[in-house]
Write a protein that binds this ligand. Structure first.
Ligand code: 13P
Ligand code: SF4
Length: 304
């Protein structure tokens, strides 16, 4: 029996749902019940009636699933699947920063630890950050964490001056305007699409900026045949599935390397998914207090 069939049997046996992010390996996306961006996956996790949630993504996403549906058992294929952006905001330093700015509302991007979420007033994702920030009165001072690039982009669009935590994603932050220019010269008819975790100089060259799901939607509904893509490579799988005749050129800092693979996302493999389902391990465990505190800003986001 092939491993995919064995996983399906165990999924049924354990009454589990498999959720996967668009940055995971193609074979992981293909076995999942639901594939999505972080906003869609948070909603699926909140709404599922399955007994077990197997989360193929990164640690903060699985934590989010546990916070939104604490009665469920949440499993991850590999506990080492972290996130450089979440790691760039340690909770103690962030708590001190908040204390220094007591009038500010704290808006945190979902790519942060459960402890940082618990210190925040509202959580956002790349799919709703702009809309949620715009819903607050213009005069309201805001701390935005942890992604300085997404924060700067929102400041640019809204004319606000949110205080930005100095964090970044190592995958998106390394992409440069020069790399985009070089690809534009090679493929002059291509449209540039970018994730807002990229630097401002890259975003300035983009025809469209949005979350992974928003980029997929843009390409699906756009007549252009060619795209220069500034984000993680895993998204190409769904791009090609949905748009078999269109061409995609990934911005990369060297043709020979897989530099915009997120190594954390790629830790999710079929073998580890099978083991996690069989053993019901590794499991995400959070204290009831942390779940209660972190659920408040997450549910504020989901009500929007
Ligand atoms: P999305 O919110 O677009 O899914 O992005 C999550 C992420 O980790 C981007 O690096
Ligand atoms: Fe985190 Fe960046 Fe990987 Fe997304 S791509 S999970 S932000 S390290």
């Amino acid at each position: 029996m092939i491993i995919q069939d064995t996983i399906r049997l165990w999924r049924e046996e354990k009454k589990a749902i498999i959720l996967a992010h668009y940055y995971t390996k193609p074979e992981v996306q293909d076995i999942a019940d639901k594939v999505g961006d972080s906003l869609a996956l948070a909603r699926y996790a909140r709404d599922t009636t399955a007994r077990v949630i197997l989360f193929a993504g990164v640690h903060f996403m699985a934590e989010t699933a546990k916070i939104l549906n604490p009665e469920k058992k949440v499993l991850v294929p590999d506990l080492q699947a972290g996130c450089s952006l979440a790691d760039s905001c340690p909770v103690d330093a962030f708590a001190r920063f908040i204390k220094q700015h007591p009038r500010h509302k704290v808006i945190s991007y979902i790519n942060c630890s459960a402890e940082v979420k618990a210190l925040s007033d509202i959580i956002v994702t790349s799919g709703n950050a702009l809309q949620i920030v715009q819903s607050l009165p213009q005069e309201q001072p805001i701390i935005f964490a942890p992604d300085r690039n997404l924060g700067a982009y929102i400041n640019h669009v809204t004319g606000r001056q949110m205080l930005l935590w100095d964090g970044a994603c190592h995958v998106h932050d390394q992409l440069t305007a020069e790399q985009v220019f070089a690809l534009k010269q090679e493929y002059p008819k291509a449209m540039v699409i970018a994730h807002p975790e990229c630097q401002g100089s890259v975003l300035a060259l983009a025809n469209f900026i949005g979350s992974t799901a928003a980029m997929l939607n843009f390409v699906k509904n756009n007549p252009h045949e060619e795209y220069i893509v500034a984000t993680e490579t895993g998204i190409l799988h769904e791009f090609q599935k949905q748009n078999p005749t269109k061409q995609f050129h990934v911005v990369n800092n060297a043709k020979s390397c897989q530099c915009n693979d997120c190594e954390y996302m790629k830790l999710n493999t079929l073998e580890k998914i099978l083991n996690a389902l069989k053993n019901e391990q590794p499991e995400i465990l959070l204290t009831p207090d942390l779940i209660r505190q972190a659920a408040i800003p997450l549910n504020r986001m989901l009500k929007n």
